[in-house]
Design a protein around this ligand. Structure first.
Ligand SMILES: Nc1ccccc1-c1cnco1
Length: 204
């Protein structure tokens, strides 16, 4: 963790200023950022931003394979664009959005990204199988999950899950995933690899 004000030189340790071209709010000044990024050295710079590329599980896997990640947390109306452009001239830069909503700054977004990435690192998860079956891992939302008791507030666990027939259970879960994804995330269905949908699935 680095305090950006370390790289300021005025008595007030200023990190922001008014935007050229007018408009509301303040913009983060380039000088402190430039010196801070120089100081932390090269790596892949990840900048959470409302104007970034939507962050996906695939991005988490890509970042988990890298040796050195640098996270820049912007505040106010954002970081002077020249900081991003200058950094991109000497290292990979990824501006990423966590969703279409507005935060105070990038810090909370970095915590989310760090969790999504670090859980993919070898040895972090007790059961590596979890990584292959979870939502977004196979391009679909995960099927509903249940545990004991078999009946709770007059609600029963689906009989199929207690049948012991693992082939039928796998089929039921796949169907539930397809139904849930189609209902809640048509965008994911649109990009779901048709090659993995066998004929029976196409009727779903
Ligand atoms: N709104 C923000 C403000 C500052 C830094 C990131 C964001 C952000 C990231 N994903 C959505 O919003």
């Amino acid at each position: 963790m680095h305090d950006l004000r370390t790289w300021t030189s005025d008595v007030h340790r200023t990190v922001d200023d008014t935007p050229y071209g007018g408009g509301p709010g303040m913009v983060m000044r380039p000088e402190p950022w430039g010196q801070a990024l120089d100081a932390v050295g090269a790596g892949t710079l990840v900048v959470p931003s409302p104007v970034g590329k939507p962050f996906t599980q695939a991005d988490a896997h890509e970042l988990a394979a890298l040796d050195h990640l640098i996270f820049a947390c912007g505040r106010y109306e954002g970081i002077d664009q020249r900081v991003i452009d200058d950094a991109a001239s000497r290292m990979p830069v990824r501006e990423v959005s966590l969703g279409d909503y507005v935060l105070f700054g990038g810090e909370v977004a970095v915590i989310v990204i760090m969790e999504a990435v670090t859980r993919l690192l070898p040895g972090v998860l007790g059961n590596a199988d979890s990584l292959t079956e979870e939502s977004h891992a196979a391009g679909l939302l995960e099927a509903p999950v249940y545990t004991k008791p078999a009946a709770w507030r007059d609600r029963e666990v689906p009989d199929i899950l207690r049948s012991g027939d693992h082939g039928r259970i796998a089929r039921w879960r796949r169907d539930q995933s397809l139904l849930r994804t189609a209902a809640r995330r048509p965008d994911m269905m649109a990009s779901y690899p048709p090659s993995s949908l066998d004929k029976a699935d196409r009727k779903a």
